[in-house]
Ligand binder design. Structure first.
Ligand code: C5P
Length: 137
C-alpha cells in the first residue's frame, strides 16, 4: 500500500455508549461517499477546532446530543489510506451526554451491542476500531 504523498484528513469519531452498554452507529446516507455503511458518528476537524470541539459540534448537529470535553475519553485511533487521502481518525468514548439521539440529517441510527458490531458493514477505517470497544465494554 502506497501511503506516501497523500493529503492527511483528520476526522474525529465517537462511540456514544448508553446505559445498557450499547453503542450508537449511524448509516452514511445516499449521495455521500461510502453510502450505506455504518460508522461511529463524528466528522471532519475544521480549521481552528480540536477533535473534541469537532465532536461536541457534530454530535449536536447530527444527533441532537450535548456533551462536554471532560466527557470525551480518547480510546484509540484509525490510520487508514484511502485511494485519494490518508485518514487519521481518533476515536473517543462518551458515556455522559444529554439529549435523546435522533438522526437529524436524515441518517438512520442504531444502538448496537458490542458483540453485534460486526453485523454492520463499516468503512474500512472504522472496522479495526471494533476490538478496542469490545475490550472496553
Ligand atoms: O464524513 P465525511 O464524508 O466528511 O468524512 C470524510 C471521509 O472520511 C469519508 O469520505 C470517508 O472516506 C472517511 N470516513 C471514514 N469513517 C468515518 C468517517 C469518515 O472512513 N467514520
Amino acid at each position: 500500500m502506497d501511503m506516501q504523498g497523500k493529503k492527511i484528513v483528520l476526522v474525529a469519531a465517537c462511540a456514544l455508549v448508553d446505559s445498557d452498554g450499547r453503542i450508537l452507529l449511524a448509516q452514511r446516507p445516499e449521495g455521500k461517499p461510502l453510502a450505506g455503511l455504518w460508522e461511529f458518528p463524528g466528522g471532519k476537524v475544521e480549521p481552528g477546532e480540536t477533535p473534541e470541539v469537532t465532536l461536541i459540534r457534530e454530535l449536536e448537529e447530527e444527533l441532537g446530543i450535548r456533551t462536554k470535553v471532560a466527557c470525551l475519553a480518547p480510546l484509540t485511533f484509525a490510520s487508514h489510506s484511502y485511494d485519494d487521502f490518508h485518514l487519521l481518525m481518533p476515536l473517543y468514548v462518551c458515556r455522559r451526554y444529554e439529549g435523546f439521539a435522533e438522526g437529524r440529517e436524515g441518517q438512520t441510527i442504531k444502538w448496537v451491542r458490542p458483540k453485534a458490531l460486526r453485523d454492520y458493514p463499516m468503512p474500512p477505517a472504522d472496522e479495526p476500531l471494533i476490538p478496542f470497544l469490545m475490550d472496553l465494554l
